[in-house]
Design a protein. Structure first.
Length: 284
């Protein structure tokens, strides 16, 4: 149990999603979506602060990550299904309009959700992940960005080689992915959960779903108030795509570079990003 939070189970059809929550049940909902290879507890710092500020903050273990929500069919990890999950999470939590905060793959879902369902969002905050169209452009035009996304092309292999490589030598490669930027105890909790039978494959299926190879994600123009935070030392998602993101947002938009931070903003830079996040939420 993460201190200062409560554990929830959110049922979506036949799936049961574990979740962590903080703050009063009467507060405006802030729904937090994690990325790969993370779980709801990647948001521990943010949950505590949002709850203390009076929001109802809920971080969900998403499809493939929750032990009760691991469909085998790769098509079940399409963005369409991931967006439907978000709608169901909010409905189960009694909210028809909410703030969405998302990181990494969760950010991809966040952009797609915001373009498809702007009426359901008070605001959008995305950490690290550029708008999918911006990343697609950058990967096409910027050879460094194309190279830095090589791990995704590797993850898409269906013959088990990615799983074997990541878990070899006591999951040394998987541990290395966090780049010493994530607290060691959290890394170990992640590793424990990802080595459950079928868990790693389920999380990699996000990369194997339709359109994921080139980030041809169905995300259009963004009209909701948006805050985008990007770490200057992100080894996977570069500055070109981060700066191109502005051209896909029509609504109020703020972009801030978190100097010295890497990809893992929720875990490594929570205290830095929280003032910006709270200001954004409070204004909307």
């Amino acid at each position: 149990m993460v201190p200062g939070t409560e554990q929830l189970t959110i049922t979506v059809g036949t799936h049961r999603h574990s979740a962590l929550a903080a703050g009063p049940a009467s507060g405006d909902l802030v729904l937090l979506l994690h990325g790969w290879a993370e779980f709801a507890d990647s948001w521990t710092t943010e949950l505590a602060a949002l709850g203390a500020a009076g929001y109802r903050a809920v971080a969900v273990d998403q499809r493939g990550y929750a032990s009760g929500a691991r469909p085998l069919d790769i098509d079940q990890y399409s963005v369409r299904h991931l967006i439907t999950d978000v709608i169901a999470f909010a409905a189960a939590l009694g909210s028809d309009r909410f703030h969405l905060v998302a990181h990494d793959w969760g950010g991809m879902v966040g952009w797609a959700f915001a373009s498809a369902h702007p009426d359901q969002l008070r605001s959008l905050t995305v950490l690290t992940t550029p708008h999918p169209a911006a990343l697609h452009r950058a990967a096409t035009d910027d050879t460094r960005q194309f190279r830095d996304l090589g791990y995704i092309r590797f993850f898409r292999h269906l013959d088990g080689r990615a799983e074997a490589s990541l878990l070899a030598d006591d999951a040394a490669e998987l541990r290395a992915a966090y780049g010493d930027r994530v607290p060691a105890d959290l890394v170990e909790r992640n590793i424990t959960r990802l080595t459950e039978p079928g868990a790693l494959t389920a999380t990699l299926n996000w990369y194997r779903g339709p359109a994921a190879s080139e980030f041809d994600i169905p995300a259009g123009r963004i009209s909701v108030p948006t805050l985008y935070l990007w770490g200057s030392e992100d080894p996977y998602l570069g500055r070109t795509a981060a700066e191109l993101t502005r051209s896909y947002v029509d609504g109020e938009y703020e972009f801030e570079v978190v100097e010295g931070a890497s990809h893992w903003l929720p875990e490594e830079a929570g205290e830095v990003i929280l003032p910006r996040l709270l200001d954004h939420l409070n204004r909307h």
